[in-house]
Write a protein that binds this ligand. Structure first.
Ligand SMILES: *Cc1c(COP(=O)(O)O)cnc(C)c1O
Length: 376
């Protein structure tokens, strides 16, 4: 394809597909509020543009990881409800209050700092509580539920929402899901009448029992696979094209790239593309003669990366294209409808989440599908 902007690679983000993915998940979770997780620059798609598109589709509750991300969403969306998953950063309460951000409180220290601020200003600033039900990541311990309830009861304070997070939701019949569901339900007994939230994308797809009052999808919004072993029903959002820099002929027995880790078993035609690990083309997508790496899509065919991916370039075997040669400057599809995020992540031995959030390289971002109207 012809690159439409600048000379480097081009990341095309389909905001219409993003909005449709949100609406599709909102249908599945009918009866619960459907939030949108936009942490890590909206999984690499651009937090401001993504948040606005999700808001236009109907999202009103947003989850970010850090207060800085919260400020970015607040700037884009003055009326959004914004939760900060990493919690209250020490000393930052005034910022949260000024920006109307809700910390997801996950320890007694965080809770005390927030309540102290509330008492000092004589105002019940909203927050959420996070209970750990089996990850040992963030969250109050289960046996703190009673202490937390008593502490806020004395003040007459109530959180906006109480949440937990699933460790194994990508495997729907993993027994840990049922264990966490039961533990979370027991926590909620301590907080009658308070909205509850447990499900990420995979939890949302696992069943109604996991929905409670709010679901928190992230990866599925951006087109990534949430549940393993099932067809991914989401529309792709991200397409990445990298420019061809040079086409070259090489002979049988010659080696390709650093470490001479790939040697050609036939006379070959190679395309050097301007896309390397500094652009998020993970080095684990390199290939050797015995281990395949990434494939890219060019002129109707999937072409394999040969040898090691360098910082700024990688090398693709295009012998199979015959005389149908690409020109320097032409775009090669590295991610998109023909090279899915999930396939590329599998080839790299990682998950779509990591591939997406690595896409912060030197290409131009182009947004399409921006005229999205709900119901379109
Ligand atoms: C990242 C995150 C989510 C979203 O998870 P996905 O698997 O991307 O849907 C939801 N909740 C919490 C606590 C998270 O950290």
């Amino acid at each position: 394809m012809k690159l439409t902007s600048g000379l480097g690679g081009q990341l095309t983000i389909d905001l219409g597909a993003l909005a449709r993915n949100w609406s599709a998940l909102d249908k599945v979770s009918q009866g619960a509020l459907t939030a949108a997780v936009v942490k890590a620059d909206a999984y690499g798609t651009g937090i401001e543009m993504a948040s606005k598109a999700l808001h236009a589709a109907g999202a009103r509750f947003f989850f970010v990881a850090t207060p800085d991300e919260g400020v970015a969403v607040r700037t884009a969306l003055p009326d959004a409800h914004i939760f900060v998953l990493n919690g209250l950063y020490p000393g930052a309460a005034n910022l949260y209050i000024r920006q109307n951000l809700m910390p997801v409180l996950s320890s007694m220290e965080m809770l005390e700092e927030w309540l102290t601020k509330c008492v000092e200003r004589n105002e019940a600033y909203p927050s959420a509580f996070h209970f750990d039900t089996g990850m040992n990541r963030l969250g109050f311990r289960l046996n703190e539920a009673v202490v937390v309830r008593e502490r806020i009861g004395r003040l007459g304070y109530a959180p906006q929402m109480v949440m937990s997070h699933l460790a194994c939701a990508d495997i729907p019949n993993h027994e840990k899901n049922r264990t966490q569901l039961a533990l979370f339900s027991s926590v909620m007994n301590q907080f009658p009448g308070i909205p509850a939230s447990l499900a990420n994308s995979a939890g949302l797809m696992t069943g109604r029992a996991y929905h409670f009052q709010m679901v928190r999808p992230g990866i599925a919004l951006y087109g990534g696979r949430a549940v393993v072993g099932r067809k991914n029903p989401m529309a792709p959002v991200v397409t990445l094209h990298a420019p061809v820099l040079q086409v070259r002929e090489a002979r049988t027995g010659e080696t390709v790239g650093y470490g001479a880790s790939y040697s050609l078993s036939r006379d070959s035609r190679l395309a050097v593309i301007g896309h390397g690990y500094a652009d998020g083309f993970l080095r684990s997508l390199s290939s050797t003669n015995s281990r395949p790496g990434a494939k890219v899509f060019l002129h109707g065919k999937l072409c394999p990366v040969v040898g090691k991916i360098s910082m700024d370039q990688s090398i693709v075997d295009i012998t199979e294209l015959g005389a149908n040669l690409p020109r320097p400057g032409e775009g090669v599809e590295v991610l998109g409808p023909n090279v899915s995020l999930d396939e590329q992540a599998d080839a790299a031995g990682t998950i779509g989440y990591e591939l997406l959030t690595s896409l912060k390289g030197r290409y131009n971002r182009v947004y399409v599908g921006n005229g999205y109207m709900p119901g379109e």
